[in-house]
Design a protein around this ligand. Structure first.
Ligand code: 6GU
Length: 228
């Protein structure tokens, strides 16, 4: 997979992809992320990328030209499965969307900023608009990093234990059960004895019951779907 991210603050996106699982995915050649500085695609002298909003009001709007230039440039080099725009008014991102996108070959993500982007960019180029939650971020970069992380870790070969993405919270509409490591006892709290029993079937049953209990308690909205 290849993900191209377009941003006015590309430095914000350097770190998330140079560590741990995402770095390993890149080193193995499974998923490459390329960040593009929108300013490089501005043709104005001051490398302008935003302008005043028609109709007035506070906040600048990202201009069509630099974005269109950048998207045209990238599209001339390969075909994109989706051109995603990160925005608080997008479709709420979830595990189902992550699963769907993890099967794609080339993705482009345009990071929103300021008061937004000229509506015509959305009409002409964007195929998918994503929000990562009901709150407002100062820019779409962190959202793009979140989305990319959620997608890339699902690609076969990225996680060392191939099965571990399948047991994630949400993957079967349940939250994950609690986990423990050494020491056996800490401040009087002991590890549940079933986990030391060696009975694989019993352990599996316990984990399932804990997952159900936890989901019921913490996320009744998700539990409702699981019950059906
Ligand atoms: Cl995708 N972008 C911004 N700027 N804010 C958000 C968001 C995205 N998702 C939730 N809040």
């Amino acid at each position: 997979m290849r993900i191209d991210i377009i941003s006015v603050v590309p430095d914000l996106l350097a770190s998330p992809f140079s560590h741990s699982i995402l770095k390993r995915a890149a080193d193995k050649g499974i998923a490459e992320v390329h960040v593009h500085n929108l300013r490089d695609y501005s043709t104005s002298k001051q490398k302008q990328t935003d302008d005043y909003a028609y109709g007035g009001g506070a906040g600048m709007v990202m201009m069509i030209e630099p974005i269109a230039n950048c998207i045209h440039h990238l599209k001339s080099q390969r075909t994109y499965d989706e051109i995603i725009y990160t925005t608080p008014d997008g479709k709420p991102f979830n595990q189902k969307t992550a699963n769907h996108l993890s099967l794609k070959g080339n993705l482009m993500i345009l990071c929103g900023h300021y008061k937004g982007i000229d509506e015509r960019i959305r009409e002409l180029f964007i195929t998918m608009e994503i929000s990562i939650g009901d709150y407002v971020l100062s820019g779409g970069e962190l959202a793009a990093a979140v989305i990319s992380d959620a997608i890339i870790r699902l690609i076969p070969g990225v996680l060392s234990d191939e099965t571990s993405a399948l047991t994630d919270s949400f993957q079967d509409d349940l939250l994950s059960p609690p986990v423990y490591t050494r020491p056996f006892e800490y401040q009087g709290l002991e590890v549940p004895s079933v986990l030391l029993s060696g009975h694989e079937k019993e352990i599996e049953k316990w984990r399932e019951a804990q997952a159900i209990e936890r989901t019921k308690l913490r996320r009744p909205d998700i539990y409702e779907k699981f019950e059906k």
